[in-house]
Design a protein around this ligand. Structure first.
Ligand code: C2E
Ligand code: MG
Ligand code: MG
Ligand code: MG
Length: 284
């Protein structure tokens, strides 16, 4: 391979990197104005108890529809928001919006909100949670914060302190995407989690794939041993669900059980009894 060729390859990569950096800056620029332009919204995905099929709560997921780019997926804009620090504003907005929404739901439906490591490690995080609960009137036990292991590792001691503060408010904490990233079994013991969410990469074809099945069984055993419920993410087929029923998995989430949608789509579920209540009130 000639020197010139090497140089050209280098230039190619340099140009490509420049392009990517520019693209990220453009997205960041648009994202900065997304909130004030009303381009952000939350959708909600049902979380279901496996044995009864009952909906126990919803995970709030952020959606961004940009005027120039159309729908931008979270896998693109969340990392950019994290690197630029914008995730603090976006996260504050999502937390307030989700809690305000969930405060109107039937007891005991919960709302799960994803929390990035940047948020968790930011100054006054626990106080912020406290303020949002006070402001919205959402009972603390109906809020669940979803945190990945990767969010903990930056400063384990600080993360532990913050999680303990949050837990003392009565809020629930979920370990999200379990089994990916820098998984360590000691994390599950050291941190005060209320539920383990198995990453969807292990649920995919779990009914057909012996390795995935072995890993899922192991995590279910871990949950049982530690007295922690386990929620399976990304259930897409009835066969995957059947496997999880047979293995006594606690809860599940996935396209097969319900796709993320605007909350209006779930009105009849989240306000079921209040309609009865209204009718009763009207009749009396
Ligand atoms: P996550 O927290 O693990 O959320 C679950 C993701 O799996 C969601 O992707 C959801 O739409 C998707 N999903 C649910 N069921 C299925 C299924 O059966 N099959 C497949 N293939 N996917 C399924 P989404 O909404 O694109 O979000 C991706 C990630 O972006 C989330 O992963 C979360 O880490 C992050 N994210 C989303 N909203 C927020 C937010 O408000 N704040 C923060 N910090 N992160 C968020
Ligand atoms: Mg999540
Ligand atoms: Mg997450
Ligand atoms: Mg997840």
């Amino acid at each position: 391979r000639s020197k010139a060729e090497g140089r050209n390859t280098y230039r190619f990569f340099e140009a490509k990197m420049g392009e990517e950096t520019r693209e990220r800056r453009l997205i960041e620029h648009e994202l900065r104005q997304a909130m004030s332009r009303g381009e952000l919204k939350l959708v909600y995905q049902p979380q279901v108890q496996i044995d009864s099929g009952e909906i126990i709560g919803f995970e709030a997921l952020m959606r961004w529809h940009n005027r120039l780019r159309g729908d931008v997926p979270p896998s693109i804009f969340i990392p950019i928001a994290e690197e630029s620090g914008l995730i603090i504003q976006l996260g504050d907005w999502a937390l307030l919006e989700a809690c305000r929404e969930a405060a109107s739901w039937e007891e005991p439906l919960t709302v799960a909100v994803n929390i990035s490591g940047v948020q968790l490690h930011s100054q006054g995080f626990a106080q912020k949670i406290h303020d949002v609960l006070l402001k919205t009137g959402l009972p603390p036990h109906r809020l669940e914060l979803e945190i990945t292991e990767t969010a903990l590792i930056k400063d384990m001691n600080r993360a532990l302190g913050t999680l303990r503060q949050v837990k003392s408010l009565g809020v629930r904490v979920a370990m999200d995407d379990f089994g990916t990233g820098y998984s360590s079994l000691s994390n599950i013991r050291a941190f005060p989690f209320d539920v383990i969410k198995i990453d969807r990469s292990f649920i995919k074809s779990v009914d057909k794939n012996a390795q995935a099945a072995a890993i899922v069984r192991a995590v279910l055993g871990l949950g049982r041993g530690l007295g922690l419920p386990v929620l399976a993410e990304g259930i897409e087929t009835s066969d995957e669900l059947k496997f999880l029923i047979d293995e006594f998995c606690t809860a599940g989430q996935g396209f097969h059980l319900g796709e993320p949608a605007s909350i209006e789509h779930f009105d009849h579920i989240v306000h079921a009894n209040s309609h009865v209540g209204e009718k009763k009130a009207a009749a009396s």
